[in-house]
Design a protein around this ligand. Structure first.
Ligand code: NAD
Length: 487
């Protein structure tokens, strides 16, 4: 039975659901059917949300002590767990993502709030001896009002990644989801209010990026910007933050590799590398969209990879057996297909897939061989279920190709030689390396990018620190007056 019915999604400002400046129809990408209506924020609503956040910092939320913040984060984790069926269905229908994937993401979301509920205990200053009659101590303070912007590919998970460290630190938040996928972030804000987060601590204002998003970034009432999205938009946001010197963290795109050596256990490496690209239909920042294969096993891996790709179950996102749902929209599907057509024009061989589905925004698992790493299909973030298989000669060559992209988010190495695994981990420029392990993100383990994949980290204590300022306090404990000019 459906628990998430189509509905009107308002904005969430100052503890209540309110109307925006525009209403827009939401569409289920897998079916093309109506999924409800989203109210969108314009500048006036952003002003209200920022004012509410500021007032909460000056009021109840700013006075909420760490133990109470921890209790509230645990309570929100409990509420997400209790409402997981509804949240999973909302996310699956809104994004077109397989519900089996969404359920796994929900488990991560719960644990993430629990991690930061505990991590509050690490918020501490220090006191160093500095000699004489001077006493020094430092204290941590919340940065203030955090403007957070999240994309459409993991609307719920990215919202939880952003909210949890900010709230643990004591910041108030104005979060802008993508206008296509506001459902679960808004539901999460309602749940937060239900469990006792004070009005204004969490505000959610879906809206268009270049207008509402840019306005929020520039807003003089926001002290920090945390952005997840494309590298191109990240650059634009960095420019907007440069004038007021606003604090900024960026989680951006990727073109991450799986490296498969001839000594690897192929019974794990191949199906895991298949999962690593087709999970979330390839619409993942850390999708391992380049598979680098040692030349001596290239043909064997290519044929086995293509065979396994054909067995990935694509279909109704709400079917528990489905492994890959639809893309976010038919418009995005056209962009993905244009990349594949471009690769064909460059002489690539499409081993499987490469033709769009007829209904909904579906695109099949696609495997491309016969292109150089310099080609556009191997350099650009396709953000769809498209993988490029590239041979390498030896370990040095594998590291060279792995690093020969502008991104540096993740890499997975498959090898039977443990020492080689660690050598690769130290030489590949990426924020996360998996050795014989395809998974990406764990609560408590820092996640983020090198190079043009961004800077700052999510998930770990490092993320909490990015929402805190350090204040140094120096005290004279001497009995004699201080008179530097001898006046
Ligand atoms: P996008 O950059 O187009 O949009 C992301 C968000 O930014 C949306 O909410 C959008 O409305 C907003 N936005 C767009 N232009 C803006 C502007 N000028 N000012 C302020 N806000 C603006 O990205 P997308 O296509 O929606 O998302 C996919 C991208 O996100 C991919 O590149 C993916 O790799 C990246 N991503 C990165 C991570 C990570 O942790 N590194 C995680 C998920 C997704």
């Amino acid at each position: 039975m459906s628990v998430a019915t189509a509905r009107e999604f308002g904005l969430f400002i100052d503890g209540e659901t309110v109307e925006g400046s525009e209403a827009r129809e939401l569409v289920e990408p897998a079916t093309g059917e109506n999924f409800g209506t989203a109210q969108l924020a314009g500048e006036a609503e952003v002003d209200r949300a920022v004012a509410a956040a500021r007032a909460s910092l000056d009021g109840v939320w700013g006075k909420t002590p760490p133990n109470e913040r921890s209790r509230l984060l645990h309570a929100l984790a409990d509420a997400i767990h209790a409402n997981r069926k509804e949240l999973a269905e909302l996310e699956s229908r809104n994004v077109g993502k397989a519900i089996s994937s969404v359920k796994a993401e929900l488990g991560g979301a719960v644990e993430n709030f629990r991690f930061f509920a505990s991590a509050i205990a690490t918020i501490a200053g220090r006191s160093n001896p500095i000699g004489g009659s001077l006493l020094f101590y430092s204290q941590k303070e919340p940065v203030g009002v955090a403007a957070q912007i999240v994309p459409w590919n993991y609307p719920l998970l990215m919202t939880t990644w952003k909210l949890s460290p900010a709230l643990a630190a004591g910041c108030a938040v104005v979060l802008k989801p993508d206008p296509q996928t506001p459902a679960t972030a808004l539901r999460l804000a309602e749940l937060a209010a239900d469990v006792g987060f004070p009005a204004g601590a969490i505000n959610v204002v879906p809206g268009d990026g270049p207008t509402t998003g840019a306005y929020l970034v520039r807003h003089p009432g926001t002290d920090k910007v945390a952005f997840t999205g494309s590298t191109r938009t990240g650059g634009e946001i960095m420019r907007l933050c440069s004038d007021p010197i606003k604090r900024l963290t960026l989680e951006l795109g990727g073109k991450s590799p799986s490296l498969i050596f001839a000594d690897a256990d192929l019974a794990s490496a191949i199906p895991s590398a298949v999962w690593s690209i087709y999970y979330s239909a390839g619409q993942s920042c850390e999708a391992r969209s380049r598979v680098l294969v040692e030349q001596s096993i290239y043909d064997e891996v290519a044929s086995e990879f293509a065979a396994k790709a054909q067995t990935v179950k694509m279909g109704d996102p709400l079917d528990a057996e489905t492994q890959m749902g639809s893309l976010i929209s038919t418009g995005h599907r056209e962009k993905v297909h244009a990349f594949v057509e471009g690769a064909r024009d460059d002489g690539a061989e499409v081993l499987t897939g490469g033709e769009p589905g007829e209904t909904g925004a579906f695109y099949p698992p696609t495997v491309i061989a016969g292109v150089e790493n310099a080609s556009s299909i191997a350099q650009e973030e396709v953000f769809g279920p498209v993988v490029t298989l590239i041979p390498f000669a030896d370990e040095k060559d594998a590291i060279r190709i792995a690093n020969d992209v502008k991104y540096g988010l993740m890499a997975t190495v498959w090898t039977g030689d443990p020492a080689r695994g660690h050598r690769i981990a130290s030489r590949v420029k990426a924020g996360t390396i998996g050795i014989n392990m395809p998974y990406t993100a764990f609560p408590g383990i820092p996640f983020g990018g090198y190079k043009q994949s961004g800077f700052g980290r999510e998930l770990g204590i490092d993320a909490l620190e990015l929402y805190l300022e350090t204040k140094s306090v120096i005290v004279n404990t001497g009995a004699r007056p201080i008179n530097p000019f001898g006046l």
